[in-house]
Design a protein around this ligand. Structure first.
Ligand code: PMP
Length: 459
């Protein structure tokens, strides 16, 4: 059945949607939009599909905000959580530990970059970042460098929306209204490969765009605690992709200047880029690694901040030295979430699983051909299982569509008619599907996106 806007309006007669409209405030949503287009009332999900009460289905091509890896209602993940539930749902994590958290910490250490030895649990991506920022600041305070109080972040960078995370966010959309209360950190122009100011290609450049970062570190290293960035893909900025050489240069500069490297793999970790973790795969050695989202394959909230023995040691001592790290969330290391994460890690590390992504990555690239043909395609880009098409008014000048046009929102509505849940970021239509997506589903996803874009822009 087609999801025409009329059908969507009619469903506003639905008692539950009316109750939702009266009492629920949804994230990142202009609630007035729901006067005309109510939210999808999803009551079942299976594999890569979401189902509403009328049985209409929508392909979850953005993995429910980038969290789902193995599909919805996965028998193994369901069972792992049920088994844990029969043992214990939750227990506080100070003065107490439990098997699921111990097992998970060991696995994360085993599969991330050498040198990352300690795992600090929290419960979402933003908190994993807050933990890294606070640990870095406290490390410098306790090792005789109290003036290191600032962080460097990239324009276009996104690390969550709590105030600390916003203070290292390089997107005005998220930070502008709070600017006046945010800690003053240092924003640096980062990679912008589509509109490269040097006229270079990301496949062959030497990250010439690293220069502003090199200069900032050279000039301000005495006051800089760390640099935070999303390795390879700036997600919220519109799946802005850049080459690993930028990261290699960053690590060299940070090591030389005595500045922490913080990689936020909240979005790109757990197989998304075609390797388990970006930093481990590229032989990188951060001081902090932030993980969340895919960690439980989208089942339950959990996050981990990994760090080195050296940093850990600066907090270790007799109680009256008060060097301890005081940061406590009630649901840190929730056992059910840890059980889901252990099963996620087991599935991800099953022999052949990561290798098995290669044909899917190829299929995404090949099917992306249809999007490259669009007259509004500024660029089709892809890093592993993440792909995006950036729509522009003019392919020569790469002029974007104005925000007021809400091109992305209209494409989202068209996508629903075609059974695909797209949620474009501005003018960027992107795909970050569950890793279990099959080639025929990849084809259906790209074709639906093509048709949706065409029906909005081709008018
Ligand atoms: N860091 C990155 C790179 C993210 O993409 C996100 C979420 N989109 C976050 C941090 C914040 O995660 P959460 O929404 O779980 O707080």
């Amino acid at each position: 059945m087609e999801n025409s806007p009329q059908v969507l309006m009619k469903s506003m007669q639905d008692e539950d949607l009316i109750r939702d409209f009266h009492h629920v405030w949804h994230p990142c949503t202009q609630m007035k939009d729901h006067e005309t287009v109510p939210p999808l009332l999803i009551n079942r999900a299976e594999g890569i599909y979401l189902y509403d009460r009328e049985g209409r289905r929508y392909m979850d091509v953005i993995s429910s905000w980038w969290v789902n890896l193995f599909g919805h209602n996965h028998p193994g993940l369901n069972q792992a959580i049920k088994d844990q539930l029969d043992q214990m749902a939750h227990v506080m994590f100070a003065g107490v530990t439990h098997q699921p958290a111990i097992d998970l910490a060991e696995k994360l250490v085993q599969h991330t970059s050498p040198g990352l030895e300690k795992v600090f649990y929290s419960d979402n991506g933003s908190t994993s970042v807050e933990v890294a920022l606070k640990m870095s600041l406290q490390y410098w305070l306790q090792t005789g460098k109290p003036d290191k109080t600032k962080f460097v972040y990239l324009k276009g960078g996104y690390h969550g929306e709590t105030l600390g995370a916003l203070s290292v966010c390089g997107m005005s959309l998220f930070r502008d209204k709070f600017e006046r209360v945010l800690p003053q950190n240092l924003e640096v122009q980062g990679p912008d490969c589509l509109r490269c100011p040097f006229g270079l290609k990301r496949e062959s450049c030497q990250a010439e765009c690293f220069e502003p970062m090199a200069q900032a570190l050279e000039k301000d290293h005495a006051s800089v605690a760390g640099v935070i960035l999303e390795p390879l893909v700036q997600g919220a900025a519109g799946m802005n992709m850049y080459p690993p050489i930028y990261l290699r240069k960053l690590e060299d500069a940070c090591k030389a200047q005595g500045v922490h490297v913080i990689y936020d793999e909240v979005a790109v970790g757990f197989g998304r880029t075609g390797s388990l973790f970006v930093s481990e795969h590229h032989g990188l050695n951060p001081d902090f690694l932030c993980l969340s989202k895919g960690i439980t394959s989208g089942y339950l909230p959990l996050a981990a901040t990994l760090t080195t023995e050296k940093i850990y040691q600066a907090f270790y001592g007799d109680y009256d030295s008060f060097k301890l790290f005081i940061h406590s969330h009630s649901y840190s290391a929730n056992p059910l979430a840890c059980a889901a994460a252990n099963e996620t890690m087991r599935l991800l590390t099953e022999p052949g699983f990561i290798d098995g992504l290669k044909p899917k990555i190829k299929a995404m690239n090949a099917q992306g051909e249809v999007l490259r043909d669009l007259p509004w395609c500024g660029e089709f880009r892809q890093t592993g299982m993440i792909a995006a098409v950036e729509l522009v008014q003019n392919q020569e000048t790469l002029v974007p569509f104005p925000v007021e046009k809400r091109v992305g929102y209209q494409i989202f509505l068209e996508g629903l008619k075609r059974e695909v849940y797209l949620r474009p970021l501005g003018n960027v239509v992107y795909f970050i599907p569950p890793l279990i997506i099959e080639p025929d589903q990849i084809e259906a996803m790209m074709t639906a996106a093509y048709d949706s874009i065409n029906s909005v822009l081709g008018k």
